[in-house]
Structure formats: structure tokens, C-alpha cells
Design a protein. Structure first.
Length: 155
């Protein structure tokens, strides 16, 4: 395993309030994603529940922005950059792709696309979220391994 954090960065990560905020927002967003994905897929396939699906999309996009903005504050605190710190470059690229694809929702609504096209667009956007989610899960596992290794070396 390659160490991803300096000892100081690991200490900052473990003591930051923003780590705790991310630990709450990440599973909340994932639950919202699951619920919204089901509602969007149902609306896309059956034509039923478009209004509820649209509300769930707005909730999901709001949570994505919340975790992105608080994550940027966290990244500044730990790595000294609000976005695209070298240590988090690919996760941030994945996040940027997810943000852009999710916000396409507002454009396609404004352009008057059909409900089916809007739902299909969001299913594609949700695929980008899943990829980015996997990046952060991997990062969290690696950080946990590094933390355990550091404890073993100290103890």
C-alpha cells in the first residue's frame, strides 16, 4: 500500500470537523441516490411518478453540492487547495464530472426535453456519481489502512 497522507495530513484529517461532516453527508447522499435512482428508473420505464422523481433529483443534486462544497473546505484544510490538490486530483475530476452531469438536469428541463429524456439523462448522471463514489470509497479504505499501519508502527 502506498501511503497517501503525510503524518500531519493524517492528523488533520482525523481531527477535522469537516471529516465528520463528510462522514454524515456521504451515506446520506448515497441513500438519496438509491431512492432517487429507483424513482427515476420507475418514471422512465412506466411513466408514473415524474413529480416525485423530480423532487428526488433536486434532493440528490442539493446533497451533491453540499458534499462538494464541504469537501472543498476539507481539502483546503488538509492539503492547502480547495480543489484539484494533487493528492485528490482524480477524485476531484470524478466529482467535477458528476457535478456537471447532474446539473445538466436544469438545462434539459429549460430546453423542454421530454420527461423520458430527462429521466434517461439523470440515469446517466447517476452512473457518474457511482464511479466517483467508488473512488471515494477506495480512498477511505486506503486511509483506514494507513491509519492502522501508523498505529502498529507507533505501538
Amino acid at each position: 500500500m502506498t501511503l497517501q497522507y503525510t503524518p500531519e495530513q493524517l492528523r488533520l484529517r482525523d481531527t477535522s470537523i469537516w471529516t465528520k461532516v463528510q462522514a454524515v453527508l456521504a451515506p446520506t447522499q448515497f441513500i438519496a441516490f438509491i431512492v432517487s435512482m429507483i424513482l427515476v428508473y420507475r418514471a422512465w420505464q412506466s411513466g408514473a411518478g415524474y413529480d416525485v422523481a423530480n423532487v428526488s433529483i433536486l434532493i440528490k443534486i442539493s446533497l451533491l453540492w453540499a458534499i462538494t462544497l464541504t469537501g472543498m473546505i476539507w481539502e483546503k484544510e488538509i492539503f492547502g487547495h480547495y480543489f484539484l490538490a494533487k493528492e485528490f486530483f482524480w477524485e476531484d475530476v470524478g466529482n467535477a464530472v458528476a457535478i456537471v452531469t447532474h446539473n445538466v438536469y436544469f438545462l434539459v428541463r429549460w430546453w423542454g426535453w421530454s420527461d423520458d429524456a430527462v429521466m434517461a439523462t439523470m440515469l446517466c448522471a447517476y452512473a457518474t456519481y457511482l464511479i466517483n463514489c467508488a473512488q471515494f470509497i477506495r480512498r477511505g479504505i486506503m486511509a483506514g489502512q494507513q491509519r492502522r499501519l501508523a498505529r502498529q508502527e507507533q505501538g
